[in-house]
Design a protein around this ligand. Structure first.
Ligand code: ARG
Length: 397
């Protein structure tokens, strides 16, 4: 699909709305029995539960009849928690066992999925004391049921590319923004337009659903002392809720299972607002702060970066929204690693993701090696999911 170029706002609507792409034919592999049994064994073993043989028989019967099987509430809960525990890129795993599960396996229609995503955002907020939460929708089935949320997160800002090469909004999301506009969504054209949810199911082409105002909490970014920073007019959404990763438990794929924790400041203050292909605010901030930007050797970027990160933490604190800093979280993470070792488990860690993007060497997570095992249950991001998040139509649902 070609991306539409945009010259000015309000943007021109396409004269003829493009036909939504047709739903894919039913596809799906049966669950691999070996994966199912391995999961049941681990579940029973780790939790010291009896009845493994009986449960295995039950599952075998279901597999033979349908090619898949249904997790008990306890299996689903533990599976989702352990998928988090196994996420090698996540520094926040000390809290894996506190994950709140919203079992919505009976929900499979796009409009109901959207409504439950909105409710997810409302309930995880808890007045600012954000609670790690996952909502699990109907899993994929061999008979062809599939639900996919195209957005990489429930809350994301639109990005618009202009003809003169400039950009409005989040450069990461220009592809999905263009696609949403082709479907008929119209953004206001600000730097912080919230994208609608794009949801596709096996029996409906992709549809878009605007987020209700009351589901979204945002924090205006202001500096505790340097009022110049406030002039940038920055903000960010309070809840990072990943919505395009597939939750895999015992061979069953839950293709729609949005989950969230809370932010670590550097995600916003050192990446989202700073990456050159995203908001790229450092040049402007450096100038506003009167830093000497004539040479890299003045380290003006680094100085501006620290102040931006102070502003992010300060602003979330003032708004009463949970956020952590990279020093605290690094220490907690090592506590988690040690706990896992004590429990006799392997804790997979991807160093390049765990070390924070600022002051890496100041944090204890920098100074050691880790296991890199690939364990299940797991959250996985596949190629089609990444393409959808860029507004590209993958070959199959
Ligand atoms: N880095 C992503 C973002 O800035 C969020 C990833 C998940 N982060 C989290 N703290 N749970 O939006």
């Amino acid at each position: 699909m070609t991306e539409q170029s945009i010259t000015r706002f309000p943007p021109p609507r396409p004269a003829v709305p493009p036909a939504p792409h047709p739903p894919s034919p039913p596809v799906g592999d049966p669950v691999d029995p070996a994966e199912a049994y391995a999961f049941l064994e681990e579940f029973h073993h780790e939790n010291g539960l009896a009845g493994l043989e009986q449960r295995r028989h039950e599952v075998r019967r279901q597999l033979e009849a349908t090619g898949t099987y249904s997790h008990t509430t306890a299996e689903l809960t533990w599976g989702a928690k352990v998928a988090w525990r196994n996420s090698a890129r996540c520094i926040g795993r000390l809290y894996w066992n506190s994950l709140h599960i919203r079992d919505r396996r009976h929900v499979g229609r796009a409009d109901e999925v959207a409504a439950e995503c909105f409710e997810h955002l409302r309930t995880t907020w808890r007045g600012g004391r954000i609670r790690p939460t996952i909502t699990i929708f109907a899993p994929d089935t061999p008979a062809g049921r599939r639900i996919r949320i195209w957005n990489e997160q429930l809350v994301r800002y639109a990005g618009y590319e202009h003809d003169d090469g400039t950009r409005t909004g989040d450069g990461r999301n220009t592809g999905i923004t263009a696609y949403a506009r082709k479907l008929g969504w119209e953004g206001a054209g600000t730097d912080f337009d919230i994208l609608p949810l794009l949801i596709e199911t096996d029996h409906e082409p992709v549809r878009w659903f605007p987020l209700p105002r009351d589901a979204v909490h945002e924090v205006r970014i202001e500096h505790p002392e340097l009022a110049e920073l406030d002039l940038l007019g920055l903000m960010w959404h309070a809840i990072p809720a990943i919505s395009n990763m597939c939750l895999e438990i015992g061979g069953v794929s839950y293709g729609a299972a949005p989950f969230n924790g809370w932010y670590m400041g550097t995600e916003i203050g050192a990446r989202n607002l700073v990456d050159a292909d995203r908001y790229d605010v450092l040049p402007q901030l450096g100038a506003l702060l009167g830093l000497d930007t004539s040479s890299e050797r003045t380290l003006w970027r680094d100085r501006a970066l620290v102040e931006l990160n102070r502003a992010v933490l300060h602003s979330f604190d003032r708004a009463g929204a949970t956020i952590t800093d990279h020093h605290t979280e690094s220490e907690r993470f090592l506590r988690h690693v040690h706990r896992e070792e004590e429990a006799g488990r392997v804790c997979p860690v991807d160093w390049s993701w765990i070390v924070p993007p600022v002051s890496g060497g100041l944090t204890p997570v920098y100074h050691r090696y880790y296991d890199e095992a690939d364990l299940t249950p797991a959250f996985r991001l596949d190629e089609p999911a990444m393409r959808r998040a860029r507004g590209e139509v993958p070959d199959r649902l």
